[in-house]
Design a binder for this molecule. Structure first.
Ligand code: G
Ligand code: MN
Length: 271
């Protein structure tokens, strides 16, 4: 599919433009809350990337990350995201707002041997606890080069960084990595969550993933919570955390700070 889109992408947006956007800070990070079903508090935010393109409007990461990977730009992209997101987390911390931070990373980042040490230095310099940072990886990322991924993940875990499996249930990787790897969190893909009200099969899948998570002592997050019935159903099934448009869209930092102070799901504010 990447191959098929490649020409179109190339015709409309050049790699030079993408490189320029990454290197000159033209990409934006928005943040989407993860809330606790039991305490009704926002416990963290996921940093999500957007590219406000002058001619093509907002381009979502799904549209350009495959190309950034192809062009070898992912390392600089992830480094930029991590630096910006950790700096934002530091600002919230300085304001007394306690929030975990989740950042999406890709298989290519795990290939970089200096990645764990860089994250360690970054958190240290910002005064952010390593355990406040969650790296989200898909099953696909773990499968690309399982031996390398395992080594990198063991090193990241040794530093104290948390690991989440994103889009859980959509990969083809089996479950053996849950046995081997220090995973902390699984995020049920929104394709299952959106069917929760109407499709028996989706309900069975979501219930089973929540049970699996509970038995393995993992935090289970439902992504794509878009309405109240879905929220109620997940709460009833014992899901830990929810994320989605019903709670809050991804917001710019200032808007998120305002949302936190007025929403029914406030963050914990330190005295
Ligand atoms: O792959 P990952 O789960 O990190 O994807 C997050 C993407 O999902 C972001 O682009 C975000 O804007 C989008 N998103 C967040 N909440 C919702 C939601 O409730 N519904 C849908 N359809 N998309 C969502
Ligand atoms: Mn994610």
């Amino acid at each position: 599919m990447v191959e098929a889109c490649w020409t179109t992408f190339w015709r409309n947006i050049s790699m030079l433009e993408l490189r320029d956007a990454i290197e000159c800070g033209k990409l934006l990070l928005h943040y989407q809350p993860k809330v606790d079903f039991k305490t009704a508090r926002t416990v963290g935010v996921e940093a999500l990337l957007h590219w406000p393109h002058p001619n093509r409007g907002w381009i979502s990461p799904d549209q350009f990350i495959p190309f950034a990977e192809k062009a070898g730009l992912v390392h600089s992209l992830t480094r930029w995201i991590l630096r910006a997101a950790v700096e934002q987390a530091r600002q919230w911390k300085d304001a007394g707002i306690e929030l975990g931070l989740a950042v999406n990373v890709s298989a290519r980042d795990l290939e970089d041997e200096s990645f764990p040490a860089e994250i360690d230095t970054l958190c240290g310099a910002a005064g952010i606890a390593r355990s406040a940072l969650t790296l989200e990886l898909t099953e696909w990322d773990l499968m690309m080069d399982p031996a390398k991924a395992e080594m990198a993940i063991q090193r990241l875990s040794a530093i104290g960084v948390r690991l989440a499996i994103d889009d859980f249930g959509t990969g083809y990787s089996g479950l053996s990595y849950l046995q081997k790897l220090p995973v902390n969190e699984i995020k049920i893909d929104k394709s299952f969550v959106s069917g929760l009200i109407s499709e028996q099969r989706s309900i069975a899948i979501v219930r089973s993933v929540i049970d699996l998570g509970r038995n393995l002592h993992l935090v289970v997050v439902a992504e794509g919570v878009e309405d109240q019935p879905t929220w109620d159903s997940l709460a009833g099934l014992g899901c830990d955390l929810g994320q989605g448009y019903h709670i809050c869209r991804p917001l710019a930092p200032k808007a998120l700070t305002q949302w936190l102070s007025s929403s029914p799901w406030p963050a914990t504010v330190m005295p």
